[in-house]
Design a protein around this ligand. Structure first.
Ligand SMILES: [Zn+2]
Length: 444
């Protein structure tokens, strides 16, 4: 069954209220509003800024004063729209953040804009502390193609801006010896198809397509047919499903990351609609830290006795880096719960089950600089649930980011937080899905 069509029929009764795209933002944000599960759902990106609007607002902010530096670090593959990098602060602790590498996951963009405005305009001890102690390097929209993707989803002659996970970019044999498994050949709204950029990274930052991906590194099935799975060898480990770095976004992000030399790396996403196993409600966020083999016993999707280490934990992350990442993730989850108070929707923070993904930003880039990593997952992509609870998701992102900046400015190693590694592993794993029959963690 078509996923989108199913969502329209089934509706969503919990976090996301029934409302149409024409509803006001306050209605859209009112999670207490009763919802009829049979109400139709309008899909789309709603109030999310267009690429043009985002560019205009970033430029205005950067022109305002010298606290913020704005650079165009690349162009998207299909639309040739700018990929922007924002730098704020000149402190010793470097933090690299990417947002919306999946174009149908826009909620962090507005949160980041809100934080930029506060840091550029604000005069307070908190702002001073962040500017003095942190160096923030932020890519607010890593996938401008996906952010603007439109499709006549209802066949009524009207294009809707739905958002898209991938970029818009044809595959060709100059990119790699096989078409990678994460390239989709064609979309209803664009016959060029596109890559999932968060599967396109490679552990080797200077990886060159068709030079470094020799044919023997590509898997074939039992019939000798290509599977699109590239294997990289590194320090005795086989890294399956590595990316080929064919997308301009990944090239730009990798360069930005290495220049920033970060101590921390964060990536903001949306997942399906997984549940908090304790409350049965859709979780408002899930956090995930990449970690090394010292926590193999805690890894939810691997068996240390049977599976290769690199299949489920990152062998290139040491104890200290792993612990910082775990504390950072737990800090953000706890901050949101404390901030929310009686707003119960914020008290359903879960843990996103970690397993290695050798084409992803965190697993490939964190080891380059011993960066502690964080994946921040909000519920629901715009092409499956529309913009419902938009401002709640924006706020959830804003609070967690700002709280982590506040703490890191005072305590760069996060050793004074009182947070223990066990606190993170005690956090319930997101499980199930609001939509019956659909995995919670398959798309994020
Ligand atoms: Zn994502």
């Amino acid at each position: 069954m078509n996923r989108r069509k199913f969502m329209k029929v089934a509706g969503l009764a919990a976090v996301v209220p029934a409302s149409s795209a024409s509803a006001t933002s306050s209605q859209t944000n009112n999670i207490l509003q009763s919802a009829d599960p049979l109400d139709p759902i309008d899909l789309g990106t709603g109030p999310s800024l267009t690429n043009e609007q985002l560019t205009e607002r970033l430029r205005l902010l950067a022109q305002k004063n010298d606290r913020m530096d704005l650079q165009r670090i690349g162009k998207s593959a299909g639309r040739r729209d700018p990929i922007w990098e924002v730098q704020i602060g000149d402190g010793d602790t470097s933090i690299h953040i990417i947002n919306q590498i999946h174009g149908d996951e826009p909620f962090g963009t507005e949160a980041l804009m809100s934080i930029f405005r506060r840091l550029v305009d604000g005069n307070s001890r908190l702002v001073d502390s962040i500017l003095d102690n942190l160096s923030l390097t932020v890519i607010p929209r890593a996938n401008p193609d996906g952010a603007m993707y439109t499709e006549d989803e209802n066949d009524d002659g009207e294009e809707q801006r739905l958002g898209l996970r991938q970029n818009i970019q044809s595959w060709n044999s100059n990119h790699s010896h096989q078409r990678p498994y994460y390239h989709v050949e064609e979309f209803p709204g664009d016959e060029r198809g596109g890559y999932d950029p968060n599967r396109d990274f490679n552990i080797k930052p200077d990886f060159v397509s068709t030079v470094d991906d020799t044919p023997d590194m590509w898997q074939t099935d039992d019939d000798g047919e290509p599977t699109g799975v590239l294997e990289m060898e590194r320090d005795g480990h086989t890294l399956e499903e590595s990316g080929v770095q064919a997308t301009p976004a990944v090239e730009a992000i990798t360069r930005s990351f290495l220049n920033a030399d970060p101590d921390y790396a964060k990536t903001i996403h949306s997942q399906g609609l997984p549940l908090d196993p304790e409350t049965g409600e859709v979780t408002i966020l899930s956090v995930m830290a990449p970690y090394g083999p010292m926590y193999a016993e805690e890894a939810p999707f691997g068996d240390p006795e049977e599976d290769a280490t690199a299949d489920f934990v990152n062998p290139f992350l040491d104890q200290e880096t792993s612990d910082r990442g775990i504390r950072l993730n737990e800090l953000c989850a706890q901050a949101l719960e404390e901030y929310a108070g009686p707003w119960s929707a914020f008290e359903t923070g879960t843990r996103f089950g970690y397993t290695t993904l050798w084409g992803s930003y965190l697993d490939t880039l964190c080891p380059q600089t011993d960066a502690a990593g964080m994946l921040y997952e909000l519920p629901g992509q715009t092409d499956s649930v529309g913009d419902r609870a938009y401002y709640m998701k924006v706020e959830a992102t804003r609070v967690a980011l700002l709280e982590s900046f506040t703490q890191l400015a005072q305590d760069p190693s996060l050793t004074q937080t009182g947070i223990e590694v066990d606190d993170y592993f005690d956090r319930p794993l997101a499980e199930g899905s609001y939509e019956e029959g659909r995995g919670a963690s398959d798309v994020s």
